[in-house]
Design a protein around this ligand. Structure first.
Ligand code: SF4
Ligand code: SF4
Length: 225
């Protein structure tokens, strides 16, 4: 899931002031930002109260079930057409994808991010998320025992350890955690597998932006980029 953090409220206020917005509509996210406790109903109501305390007229709010789905967002805002039309601007408590869905659903009005999109996270226990994958487009987990060095080594090395390893610990992380390459070797050894050997540099063209997938054409004429 996409992990988000609250955005500095003064930036949100500056954004609204920059377009002289008086009437604001707040949009939350029923998926990742609800789980991250940054954009669910309680946070949307908290944002509404903060905006009202700052003198804004919050004309409406909603928590869109899946705001990264542009069509779902368009439908959800259609249900609030009156207040969404009345608003001068939107504040979106979702990831950047969700904010862009709102911007696309109402292209005539500014949609400002109310959160910072941080990373793709694994839920390790309730309310605790770890970054484990950077979506590099060329996965090496088959070589590394299911542990991603691209993401969990702070230097993003493919071949390590580096000189910052001391007694198996990563001095760059500096919090006592093991060097990821020690973990990889231990995992592979436990599985009776060979060390990963040298992993070739990544083909960064595999991560060309903007990515796009069309499952209808997958396996026919490409369909992915
Ligand atoms: S190598 Fe790491 S960053 Fe790349 S796809 Fe695999 S898990 Fe994600
Ligand atoms: S000690 Fe290991 S995990 Fe830390 S930066 Fe070096 S290679 Fe990466």
């Amino acid at each position: 899931m996409i992990i988000t953090r609250p955005r500095d409220y003064s930036r949100i206020r500056d954004n609204l002031e920059s377009v002289r917005a008086k009437k604001v509509f707040v949009v939350g996210c029923g998926e990742c930002a609800t789980q991250s406790e940054t954009g669910g109903e309680p946070q949307v109501l908290d944002m509404k109260a903060r905006l009202e305390a700052s003198g804004y007229d919050v004309v409406g709010w909603t928590v869109v079930e899946i705001p990264c789905n542009t069509n779902v967002t368009k439908l959800a805002l259609r249900k609030h057409a009156g207040s969404a039309d009345e608003a001068d601007a939107f504040v979106v408590l979702a990831c950047g994808a969700g904010t862009q869905s709102v911007a696309e659903a109402r292209p005539g009005k500014p949609a400002f991010p109310g959160l910072e999109s941080a990373f793709l996270g694994n839920v390790v226990r309730h309310g605790v998320f770890d970054e484990r994958c950077s979506m590099c487009g060329e996965c090496v987990l088959d070589r590394t025992g299911g542990i991603c060095p691209v993401t969990t080594c702070p230097k993003g090395l493919l071949n390590g350890p580096c000189g910052a390893m001391w007694q198996g610990r990563c001095d760059v992380l500096g919090d006592g955690r093991e060097c990821v390459f020690v973990r990889i070797r231990e995992r592979l050894e436990a599985q009776g597998r060979d060390e990963p050997g040298t992993i070739a540099p990544k083909d960064h063209s595999r991560k060309r932006k903007p990515g796009s997938v069309d499952v209808r054409t997958r396996g026919k004429s490409g369909g992915e980029s």
